[in-house]
Ligand binder design. Structure first.
Ligand SMILES: Nc1ncnc2c1ncn2[C@@H]1O[C@H](COP(=O)(O)OP(=O)(O)O)[C@@H](O)[C@H]1O
Ligand SMILES: CC(=O)N[C@@H](CCC(=O)OP(=O)(O)O)C(=O)O
Length: 263
């Protein structure tokens, strides 16, 4: 089976023009096929707050009312997606920007929760991903760039956590590729001590994750990110890791990596 990288880039890096440029340049030097999934939560929050639309996130998941859905769609499927595609084109990577509605790539169902009304948030499943469409794009030499917007096939757009999209796409493609899933963000990896940038945990297993979560050492958006990472591993993804955007090439290509491998 051929190797395929699924790479996720988070909102804190996307929001930093110089870090984003460096990251895209690293992808260009990878010389391996990849799919890029991106977030952009930070920019969406900043814009919504400028427009006096207060934002609420519960365990890294945004409560998405109708106004917030408009903003997240404009920010993720519009500005960020097209900006990333343009930057990749600069480096001769012929990429195509997609939401989950395009090509019916990621059908979703609106989240129903007993206590919390998440609004227009979509839950997704491995079986519903249109992996044939992704396969077709990859075979044509195109690099898919996928944002965090999905749809319910009834005309309704939905907002879905980008870490979950990366995990579910990686799992859906694991039957036809040897998939390597890498989450990139602004820190060097999962840290054992939030004050020490160099306290990166090299290998993280499920029991250690539970312990560090209970101790509060792993918190906020890192909790759903790691859960998504373990889900991918259980669903047949070959390698799953979390590293800094700066270090992506080294993490994918070398055994002397800096970052966290999930195992
Ligand atoms: N133990 C930890 N190690 C590293 N980051 C952590 C840890 N616990 C919590 N975090 C937080 O998790 C954040 C990453 O999650 P999130 O904001 O959802 O990332 P992204 O938007 O890049 O997907 C980091 O910015 C950091 O503040
Ligand atoms: C439902 C939900 O939480 N959607 C996320 C999608 C964007 C995202 O995941 O962005 P980062 O990767 O930058 O955090 C949100 O709106 O924040």
């Amino acid at each position: 089976m051929k190797t395929l990288n699924i790479i996720k880039i988070g909102g804190n890096v996307i929001d930093d023009e110089s870090k984003l440029n460096d990251f895209i340049q690293s992808l260009a030097s990878l010389n391996e096929p990849f799919i890029l999934v991106h977030g952009g939560g930070k920019l969406a929050t900043n814009l919504a707050e400028k427009l006096n639309i207060p934002q609420q996130l519960i365990e890294g998941r945004r409560i998405t009312d109708a106004e917030t859905l408009k903003i997240t769609t404009m920010v993720y499927a519009g500005y960020i997606n097209k900006n990333i595609v343009a930057k990749l084109q600069k480096h001769h990577i012929n990429s195509v920007g997609l939401s989950g509605a395009d090509g019916n790539l990621i059908p979703a169902t609106k989240r129903i929760h007993q206590e919390i009304d998440y609004g227009f948030v979509g839950d997704i499943s491995i079986e519903n991903v249109n992996s044939n469409f992704l396969d077709l794009l990859l075979q044509s030499g195109l690099t898919p760039v996928i944002c965090a917007i999905t749809h319910d096939k009834q005309g309704q757009l939905l907002n879905t956590n980008a870490d979950t999209i990366a995990s579910v796409l990686a799992s859906a493609l694991a039957t036809s590729f040897q998939v390597k899933l890498t989450y990139c963000f602004e820190k060097k990896g999962v840290l054992n001590n939030s004050d020490d940038e160099n306290s990166v945990i090299k290998n993280l297993d499920w029991d250690t994750f539970q312990k560090l979560k209970e101790e509060g050492i792993i918190n906020k958006g890192m909790v759903p990110k790691i859960k998504n990472a373990f889900d991918a591993l259980v669903n047949g993804v070959e390698e799953v890791g979390i590293t800094s955007a700066e270090n992506i090439t080294n993490f994918i290509k070398s055994n002397h990596y800096e970052g966290t491998r999930i195992n």
